[in-house]
Design a protein around this ligand. Structure first.
Ligand SMILES: CCCCCCCC/C=C\CCCCCCCC(=O)N[C@@H](Cc1ccc(O)cc1)C(=O)O
Ligand SMILES: [Zn+2]
Ligand SMILES: [Zn+2]
Length: 522
């Protein structure tokens, strides 16, 4: 073949390759555009015919408002602090017990309610249903709070429950005495109105959630297991209604946690011979450990966005974003890698993309002129749904890559199973309906809870655990969680009571409405 002939051939091949590429890109974008316009993950059961339950409605009058706020403030003023794994405020927990009996006299005296103490300070309530064949469900909340000290910069003392501009300030106002008091206040009102549930339910109030729930939630689970109880679903604290927190999202979103990330606490330690600081070795235990820690921070765990339930979150929210995010989120099959890179830029969304790595302790040194023999650091990892404790440990060892650094697992558990969110998922659909009835402008989406809750101890009692409370989080509120100036508006606290008041009644339906032709018995 002549030189010009072969050039012509190459040119023809290039032309074919380029036009095939163009056609493929055009095709992909056409599919993506169609998906963007047609993806409707939110249709759900909202328009279906729900079984009638003659729900009672709650209209809060002036007297009730005064009373419910006084109750809530009193709950906040009791400093039920879990200080550490070995130090809890038992005096406050006993006071809280007395307070609950006084604040909710109908709950504690009703023949429909059985109450017992578990693990000395936790509470378990059984509210009897009139139709024992209906599988019961369970609402969880916790009594204990993390420590708080006014000197950190609180606008009001953290156990004062002071009201400023329509907000009640105090430790526990969003974590988690709002849920606890909201649930019991709703039950008190329901019982006062003569309500008797069809479907029985449990309420569990743990006293040590902030230190892992080993004596509270775990003992409640033990008691229920002994009694052979199985639960239709469990609802606990976790995600909330985010308003203005997710960048680019138009309007508020109620994220319902279908799962929780796993957790691993890993100890890194370096031991060397101690010595005089005037004749230091080239590397000290502190230097070796610091390098290991730096390597972990410089090399985040792999991006796993789309391999867990977080992809669903964004598909559900896609229609509330504007172009180009709407286009990207409706087509995660194509754009997951791109979205991961956008989300990883901020800590709050990075937590959805990967297993996160946080160095939380770094201890070393005994004296200014002594080379320390021991340096140790603790790393707290929150494990993405697509990874396990074992995989994460292997990656840490590889990344540290230094035999002198001992890597030990102190405590850990794998990510939790993923609960249902489809049209047959009773708990999810009831929570969603209750949210939308009360807050019609909210978009409901399934999500992953990046922190851990007491509900993780309940996995043998149900396959369906949901982490959600109807607290509204606006910009700046995430920082109040375990931080300073924790607060809730009086309006939002009332909404929480109404939410639980309606939720309990909505759970009385025997089965969900029919999305298709088959009947789904529960
Ligand atoms: C795309 C961006 C979406 C952003 C939306 C984010 C909304 C986040 C809302 C709430 C924050 C999530 C909080 C979850 C509840 C966590 C409760 C908690 O703090 N649990 C402790 C439990 C624990 C674990 C280990 C211990 O040694 C002690 C306690 C926790 O640390 O996880
Ligand atoms: Zn909590
Ligand atoms: Zn907490």
């Amino acid at each position: 073949m002549t030189e010009s002939g072969s050039k012509l051939r190459i040119f023809k091949i290039l032309k074919i390759i380029i036009s095939s590429l163009l056609i493929t890109v055009l095709l992909l974008f056409t599919i993506a555009a169609i998906r963007t316009l047609s993806l409707d993950v939110n249709a759900g059961l909202q328009l279906a015919h729900w079984e009638k339950t003659n729900n009672k409605s709650l209209v809060i009058d002036h007297h009730q408002r005064e009373e419910l706020l006084a109750n809530f403030k009193e709950a906040i003023r009791i400093p039920t602090v879990s200080f550490s794994n070995t130090e809890i405020n038992t005096t406050a927990l006993l006071e809280f017990d007395r307070f609950l009996r006084k604040a909710f006299p109908t709950v504690f005296s009703s023949s429909l309610v059985h109450h017992e103490l578990v693990g000395n300070y936790s509470h378990l309530f059984w509210v009897k249903g009139s139709q024992p064949e209906l599988v019961p469900y369970m609402l969880l909340a916790h009594i204990d709070v993390v420590p708080a000290s006014e000197s950190d910069g609180w606008e009001a003392p953290p156990f004062s429950a002071k009201e400023i501009d329509g907000f009640i300030y105090g430790r526990g106002t969003i974590d988690d005495k709002n849920s606890l008091m909201g649930i019991l206040q709703a039950l008190e009102y329901l019982l006062l109105k003569g309500y008797a549930p069809r479907r029985g339910f449990y309420i569990g109030l743990g006293h040590d959630e902030e230190i892992n729930g080993l004596n509270g939630a775990m003992n409640i689970v033990r008691v229920l297991k002994q009694r052979g109880v199985q639960l239709l679903f469990v609802m606990d604290e976790g995600l909330t209604i985010s308003d203005g927190i997710i960048p680019g999202l138009e309007g508020p979103a109620a994220l319902i946690g279908l799962s929780e990330k796993g957790q691993a606490t890993v100890k890194l330690s370096v031991s060397v011979a101690p010595g005089h600081s005037s004749m230091p070795p080239r590397e000290t235990s502190i230097g070796i450990l610091a390098t290991a820690v730096k390597r972990l921070e410089d090399n985040p765990m792999p991006r796993l966005f789309g391999y867990g339930p977080e992809g669903d979150t964004f598909e559900h929210l896609a229609h509330k974003f504007s172009f180009p995010l709407k286009f990207i989120m409706s087509n995660l099959w194509l754009f997951s890698p791109l979205l991961s890179r956008i989300l990883e830029r901020k800590p709050v969304s990075n937590a959805f993309v990967r297993t996160t790595t946080a160095v939380t302790f770094f201890n070393a040194g005994v004296k200014i002129n002594v080379i320390p023999s021991l340096a140790e650091a603790y790393v707290n990892l929150r494990i993405h749904s697509a990874q396990s404790v074992e995989e994460v440990l292997d990656i840490i060892k590889d990344t540290v890559g230094d035999q002198r650094v001992k890597v030990e697992l102190v405590y850990g558990f794998d990510p939790l199973p993923i609960s249902g969110a489809d049209e047959k998922a009773f708990g999810f659909q009831i929570i969603k309906k209750t949210v939308l009835d009360l807050f019609p402008t909210v978009t409901v989406a399934p999500a992953i809870c990046v922190g851990n809750t007491d509900s993780r101890h309940f996995i043998d009692l149900t396959k369906n655990i949901y982490r959600f409370s109807p607290a509204w989080f606006k910009p700046g509120d995430l920082e109040r969680f375990h931080g300073i100036n924790e607060r809730i508006s009086t309006k939002n606290y009332e909404e929480m009571i109404v939410f639980y008041f309606n939720l309990i009644q909505n759970c009385d339906i025997r089965k969900l409405p029919e999305p298709h032709s088959s009947v789904h018995e529960l």
